[in-house]
Design a protein around this ligand. Structure first.
Ligand SMILES: NC(=O)c1ccc[n+]([C@@H]2O[C@H](COP(=O)([O-])OP(=O)(O)OC[C@H]3O[C@@H](n4cnc5c(N)ncnc54)[C@H](OP(=O)(O)O)[C@@H]3O)[C@@H](O)[C@H]2O)c1
Length: 291
């Protein structure tokens, strides 16, 4: 039996769909099942040891994906300890991009990923660590609405190349690592097929890029109601990306899934409507010059 943590979320939801489509015995480990969940659900709250012990009964392979947040380390520890108690054999862990991992990682979540990887390895599980670059989906979630309002792509990410990966490819790799005969006991660095800058993104969307200083981006986040944790995390990751720390491209998506990683241009063409102008100002400012 495969257990899928985070099955209400982005990656876990995609993995749950894929496992259901293949008819593999699997269960969604969730606090409350959302409608449309592809798998039968068991109640599992990472803050509730009893629920975790019950939910992991009979689970031999586990997708470990935890929400990004200030206590990510505690949630991961809870899941790993419960997996050990339940006799889980393999953990496929969604981690952070490799250059962020370490005791001095740029954010607390990067340090948490590094600690969890060590714990999984030391505890003797079979494992695969999936270390994705920046998700392409961040572009639609973080930039599209403001681009629609303002008619420009405003970002503090600078000119640094980022090897953005489509989260759908990360989920496909996770499914493969769960189903393969052996997980390989190794990390995989999951990237798209090329490193791109935020200016490349703007050009493809026929938008002008406006470089926003970090402090202005932080004020905008605060106005949108972001927590102090989120603001600090965003500031730290912006510095990390702007330093060019996430620009290395690998072929690991292809090696795991036997097909090419999705290209950013295809992702943007697919999601162009999300960036379309929604105000008169944006319609005036939009520059149809890209492509
Ligand atoms: N975004 C990026 O560019 C990027 C890049 C590299 C790595 N990552 C990593 O990717 C991971 C996030 O993946 P994602 O986008 O799939 O996350 P997501 O969509 O936010 O899903 C996280 C899931 O965790 C569940 N959850 C929250 N608290 C829980 C609890 N106490 N017990 C059980 N489940 C709980 C949530 O379920 P409910 O709230 O519905 O219960 C949610 O479905 C993070 O670890 C992040 O560090 C992200």
């Amino acid at each position: 039996m495969i257990g899928v943590l985070g099955a209400n979320g982005r990656l876990g939801g995609l993995v749950a769909q894929e496992l259901a489509a293949r008819g593999v015995p699997a269960t969604a480990l969730v606090r409350r099942p959302r409608s449309g969940l592809a798998l039968a659900a068991r109640h599992a709250d990472l803050r509730d040891r009893t629920s975790l012990d019950a939910a992991l009964s009979g689970v031999h392979r586990l997708l470990l994906v935890t929400p990004h947040g200030p206590d990510q380390d505690l949630l991961e520890l809870a899941a790993i300890h419960a997996a050990a108690r339940a006799g889980v054999e393999r953990i496929v862990k969604i981690s952070g991009t490799p250059t962020s991992l370490g005791p001095n990682g740029p954010t607390s979540t990067a340090v948490a990923h590094w600690r969890s990887e060590r714990l999984v390895e030391e505890a003797g599980f079979d494992f695969a660590f999936l270390r994705p670059s920046f998700f392409m989906q961040n572009l639609t979630e973080r930039f599209a609405a403001r681009a629609g309002l303002l008619g420009v792509l405003a970002s503090p990410l600078g000119r640094a190349p980022i090897a953005m990966v489509d989260a759908r490819d990360v989920a496909a790799c996770a499914t493969h690592a769960l189903l393969a005969e052996e997980a390989g006991r190794r990390p995989w660095h999951l990237t798209g097929p090329e490193a791109v800058t935020i200016r490349d993104v703007a050009r493809r969307l026929a938008l002008r890029h406006v470089a926003v200083p970090g402090r202005v981006a932080s004020r905008a986040l605060a106005r949108q109601g972001a927590s102090a944790f989120e603001i600090e995390h965003a500031e730290r990751m912006t510095r990390f990306f702007a330093a060019g720390s996430d620009g290395t491209v690998t072929d690991h998506v292809t090696r795991l899934t036997a097909r090419p990683a999705r290209r950013l241009t295809d992702f943007l063409d697919e999601h162009a409507a999300a960036f379309a102008p929604t105000t008169a100002l944006a319609r005036v400012l939009t520059h149809p010059t890209g492509g």
